[in-house]
Design a binder for this molecule. Structure first.
Ligand code: 5GP
Length: 120
């Protein structure tokens, strides 16, 4: 089932320009900006522009060009930040058990230094 999309979530407001963000990349399908509370030297959030909450809905229901655009945008930002040589980490928290706080699908991009183990 498709999760209802709350268009008052903070990333929806960022997409509409109602609250500011520190933007690093934008194209037709995706927006990337610095996380407000960085947990690594580089901590960027990449979001699809469509009203998707979960990875499973997005991957099942979004048009293929939107999925491709989003996936490409993540890789593009990693390259633009100079991360591929030393490596980086991608993370998507999905739903309650996943610890998702903002109900608009997003991928965390961490890098800029050794990241250590991820799961407690
Ligand atoms: P989640 O737990 O949903 O995967 O992560 C949400 C992330 O969004 C957190 O890392 C949090 O710091 C970030 N965040 C929450 N509100 C804002 C905001 O208004 N601006 C930005 N740039 N990041 C935010």
């Amino acid at each position: 089932p498709t999760l209802p999309y709350d268009d008052q979530n903070v990333f929806a407001k960022i997409l509409r320009g109602e609250i500011p963000c520190n933007k690093v990349y934008e194209d037709e399908h995706a927006l990337a900006f610095h996380d407000i509370a960085p947990q690594a030297p580089v901590h960027i959030l990449v979001i699809p522009k469509g009203p998707w909450v979960s990875w499973d809905d997005f991957s099942e229901r979004a048009p293929a060009d939107e999925i491709a655009g989003f996936v490409r945008a993540v890789g593009h930002v990693a390259r633009e930040q100079g991360l591929p040589v030393r490596g980086y980490r991608l993370l998507a928290n999905v739903g309650r058990n996943g610890g998702q706080e903002v109900p608009h699908l997003h991928v965390h991009l961490f890098g800029g230094g050794p990241l250590g183990p991820m799961l407690a």
